[in-house]
Design a binder for this molecule. Structure first.
Ligand code: PHE
Length: 456
């Protein structure tokens, strides 16, 4: 790549804080707030945590770096970047899988993001008041299978997302991330203080942190690795696209480390906000969606100041979800802009419309269309399964192999050291990880995900 020739017009994140806030916005999402705390608890608490931290540090962060390198070197969208760096190869398949992953993930992620808005409004209107656990549970089932209400909220989520993405990299994504991410941190800190000052909350902290290696099985180790990719938004074209907006004087290494650490801290803080409260009221922690949408409204009902904290909690969840939907839409839109040479607003609208159509069908598959199955799953679950097990892992695998084996070593070194201006000691280590360790680890996750390797 001839750097002097770089397109003058390409938008950039203007400040380091804006860049980091945007990347954290993508990484911190529903995965941090309801999935991470729960999988940590059931897989042996502290034991799982140690493994998770290890994977984030030695595999997640290097892959994020690989994606940043590809994007910043090529300065194109995710598919265009691979094509620019390797015009003759087939490496751009990683970009195609990444863009497809972002497209399909957004189609169902926007549904769950919509649920968080419904719950935020229910919390504001104090709708859970006087309901029993069973009623809250039935209410959740009735809401998610309703043909209209989830779609109404999904459209609101998509409209907000379109507004931000259409406003551009600097005036949209960067601007709003700089406001929303600090707000998200403030909310989670307040919720943590409330939770740890509840009587009897220490059992919750024990559930989350106390290492119990007997509960950590091989599947738990794989979950840790798979979740680290999802949580850091890897393998979905996002970090390649964001990499292409990173200025030449930013350090890619320190950006990736800050994003990895912040993402993990928010996940831990979410666990600290949730479990002490759950245990303090003697409720057993439930898995997945039920934990956040059924158990917690019930916990808040019993908690002093519960009204305010429930509003804050669902605001936190909605914020985390919407900063992630922004990055998903950007990854797909950037491709449409460049591929069809289309103006940003138009590209955003067209992309979002297509995603919303798939999303509406996916939402209906939780209700009126639930009898239509693909490989035994409704569309909502099928999209989740397909993207998480195939698209995302394959895309991450190819990006790692590409930077580890095929991309010119000088490009990797120049990107990591900003053409020699930064003293970086870990260039060789990163190359080694991307060559051997990351591909082998991803391959194992991939083969177990599609059940070629079966764990007892
Ligand atoms: N990283 C986000 C989370 O943890 C999820 C996400 C997936 C965001 C894909 C963007 C893209 O919830």
């Amino acid at each position: 790549m001839d750097r002097a020739n770089e397109t003058v017009k390409r938008e950039k994140f203007q400040t380091s804080f804006g860049l980091i806030a945007a990347a954290i916005g993508s990484a911190v999402g529903l995965g941090n707030i309801w999935r991470f705390p729960y999988i940590t608890g059931v897989n042996g608490g502290g034991a799982f945590l140690i493994i998770y931290l290890f994977f984030v540090a030695i595999i997640g962060i290097p892959i994020m770096l690989a994606e940043f390198i590809i994007g910043r070197e090529a300065k194109k969208d995710a598919i265009g970047s691979y094509k620019a760096l390797a015009p003759k190869g087939k490496w751009h398949i990683a970009g195609i899988l990444g863009v497809l992953a972002a497209f399909f993930i957004l189609s169902f992620y926007s549904i769950v993001a919509g649920w968080t808005l419904e719950y935020l409004f229910s919390a504001i209107l104090n709708k859970f008041q006087g309901q029993s656990v069973a009623e809250i549970g039935e209410g959740f089932a009735a809401f998610t299978s309703d043909p209209i209400r989830p779609i109404f909220w999904q459209l609101i989520v998509m409209s907000i997302t379109v507004y931000v993405v259409a406003s551009g990299v600097e005036k949209g994504i960067e601007k709003y991330s700089k406001i929303l991410i600090p707000l998200l941190f403030v909310l989670v800190v307040i919720l943590d203080i409330r939770a740890i000052t509840l009587p009897g909350g220490t059992a919750g902290l024990e559930f989350l942190f106390k290492p119990d290696f007997s509960k950590l099985k091989a599947q738990g180790v794989l979950d840790a690795l798979g979740h680290s990719f999802f949580s850091l938004s890897l393998g979905m074209a996002i970090m390649v696209t964001y990499g292409s907006y990173i200025k030449e004087d930013e350090s890619l290494g320190s950006t990736a480390v800050k994003v990895g650490i912040s993402d993990t801290i928010v996940a831990l803080m979410a666990g600290i906000a949730i479990f002490p409260a759950v245990f303090s009221f003697g409720i057993s922690p439930e898995e997945g969606a039920g934990l956040v949408f059924v158990t917690l409204p019930n916990v808040f009902l019993q908690m002093p100041g519960g009204y305010l904290f429930s509003v804050m909690f669902f605001a936190l969840l909605a914020l985390a979800a919407i900063t992630s939907t922004i990055s998903l839409l950007e990854a797909v839109t950037a491709h449409v802009i460049e591929k069809f040479n289309m103006e940003r607003t138009k590209a955003t609208l067209i992309t979002a419309t297509l995603i919303t159509i798939v999303g509406i069908i996916a939402s209906l598959s939780n209700g009126p269309l639930s009898h239509k199955k693909i490989l035994g799953k409704n569309l909502f679950d099928f999209l989740d399964y397909l993207t998480a097990n195939y698209f995302l892992t394959m895309s991450a695998l190819i990006s790692s192999v590409f930077v580890g084996w095929s991309l010119d070593k000088r490009i990797v070194e120049n990107q990591l050291t900003n053409d020699g201006r930064l003293q970086i000691k870990y260039v060789k280590l990163i190359s080694f990880i991307l060559k051997f360790i990351a591909p082998i680890a991803i391959l194992i996750v991939f083969l177990t995900g599609i059940e070629v390797i079966k764990l007892s």
